[in-house]
Design a protein around this ligand. Structure first.
Ligand SMILES: C/C(=C\CNc1ncnc2c1ncn2[C@@H]1O[C@H](COP(=O)(O)O)[C@@H](O)[C@H]1O)CO
Length: 246
């Protein structure tokens, strides 16, 4: 009888192992008994798990955030720059209207925005990013998460904000602005108001978008409708009334 010849068998989920396929140790034993070479932690499959873990941490920490506005702008301005005080004021006024403030958690405009929110007693979120020259989160972040991956962090800015305020800034700020414009244009997000604050700084860009990009049919007129260009703190804040909380 064939059955009599089978002395042992083991199961791995739906897989049945007999004779030469039988293993002499358990999965737990193999995990705990050996360290083995460590290069695999630098492989893409392992990175995928780290990326997944970052999404899980971010979604978990921000799930109950409530209405919020993300504020972007230069990491390089100092507190004596007039933009710093304007940013602080915008964050404070948004906070008084019930919005939490989300920033990149760094210095400059980010610090000013977190400061405005924190001093007003509101929700002050900083989504930091691991950089070669570590800056750490600014002192006014009350709920902070440090990300390894830019694209995971950028998902959080969009997902947990009802709109953006974009202060004068450089490449990082432009990246955040144009990602939101692209997501809205392709209808990946709906109703996403964006304030561009400081007409002297952003006016040239708006002119170019309208006179060159739109004029040569690379975008459509409604693509520009969600942008509000202003120098006025109250006007900037009131622009979000269309999506006001409560
Ligand atoms: C270069 C300096 C600090 C870098 N620290 C940053 N920390 C957090 N987030 C940052 C940092 N630098 C850029 N960002 C992101 O991009 C936007 C600002 O970039 P820009 O090029 O200055 O416009 C900002 O909104 C962040 O999300 C200064 O010592």
């Amino acid at each position: 009888m064939a059955d009599e010849m089978i002395e042992r068998e083991s199961h791995k989920g739906p897989v049945r192992l007999r004779r030469g396929h039988l293993e002499t140790s358990t999965t737990d034993q193999r995990l705990l008994d050996s360290r083995g070479p460590g290069e695999w932690v630098h492989t893409d499959p392992w990175r995928v798990l780290r990326i997944q873990a970052e999404f899980v941490e971010g979604f978990g920490a921000l799930a109950e955030l409530g209405p919020a506005v993300s504020i972007f702008g230069s990491a390089r301005i100092k507190p004596d720059d007039p933009t710093y005080e304007k940013t602080r004021l915008i964050a404070e006024k948004l906070c008084q209207r019930g919005y939490g403030i989300i920033t990149g958690g760094g210095p400059g405009v980010m610090e000013a925005a977190n400061r405005g929110a924190s001093e007003c007693g509101g929700v002050s979120v900083g989504l930091g990013i691991e950089l070669p020259h570590e800056q750490g989160l600014n002192d006014w972040v009350d709920l902070g998460i440090n990300f390894r991956y830019f694209f995971v962090r950028k998902t959080m800015f969009v997902k947990y904000a009802q709109g953006y305020v974009v202060m004068p800034g450089g490449f990082g700020t432009m990246d955040e602005l144009f990602e939101a414009l692209t997501l809205a244009q392709t209808q990946k997000v709906t109703s996403f108001p964006i304030v561009l604050f400081d007409t002297a700084y952003w006016g040239g860009l708006i002119d170019w978008l309208r006179d060159t990009m739109l004029q040569s049919s690379k975008i459509n007129a409604p693509d520009l409708d969600m942008l509000k260009l202003t120098d006025d703190v109250d006007e900037a804040v009131e622009f979000f009334d269309a999506v006001a909380p409560g």
